[in-house]
Design a protein around this ligand. Structure first.
Ligand code: RP5
Length: 166
């Protein structure tokens, strides 16, 4: 499947059952003006597509890939094996799994030489993956740097207001 050349971020998830949580990631990217390529690709159920996607990602214009999966979550690692682009892993809490510890360890415990930047479990990781992707892109994008500064300032203001209201 051809990617939009302009989309610098992909959000890949192992199953459509991951979409509820990963919508938070897509929405957070949207708040920075980024419409990601969104795909359902499984390291186990569609391994050839996973390998092809990662192999072609850079030439298709991607700069960062966010990969989310639950249970034995090998998606982020499988993509990292096939590309030099940075991979951000989001371990998910699957109803059929072990409360997320399965996915966390499967995502974070990569062998030397094949890193995956692993976020927190579930919704928090989904949101942080988007922000981390923006931080990577912002290294070479002044407008994104400004948006990140605004985001940080708004977050700070929000907490101070809650503190003041006590
Ligand atoms: C993982 O297995 C997916 O990422 C999902 O979190 C979990 C369960 O998948 P389904 O059986 O709901 O498709 O590969």
């Amino acid at each position: 499947m051809a990617l939009e050349k302009t989309a610098p971020v992909a959000v890949v998830m192992g199953s459509d059952s991951d979409m509820d949580v990963m919508q938070g990631c897509i929405d957070q990217l949207g708040s920075f003006g980024i419409k990601p390529v969104v795909r359902i690709i499984s390291a186990h159920r569609t391994p050839k597509i996973a390998a092809e996607f990662a192999e072609n990602a850079a030439q298709n214009g991607l700069k960062v890939i966010i990969a989310a999966a639950g249970m034995a979550a090998h998606l982020a690692g499988a993509l990292a094996a096939k590309t030099i682009l940075p991979i951000i892993g989001v371990p998910l809490i699957s109803g059929a799994g072990l409360g997320g510890m399965d996915a966390l360890l499967s995502t974070v415990q990569m062998p030397p030489g094949v890193p995956v930047a692993t976020m927190a479990l579930g919704k928090t990781g989904a949101k942080n993956a988007a922000i981390f992707a923006v931080q990577i892109l912002a290294l070479s994008d002044e407008k994104l740097r400004e948006k990140l500064a605004e985001f940080k300032a708004a977050q700070e203001k929000n907490v101070i207001e809650k503190d003041t209201a006590l």
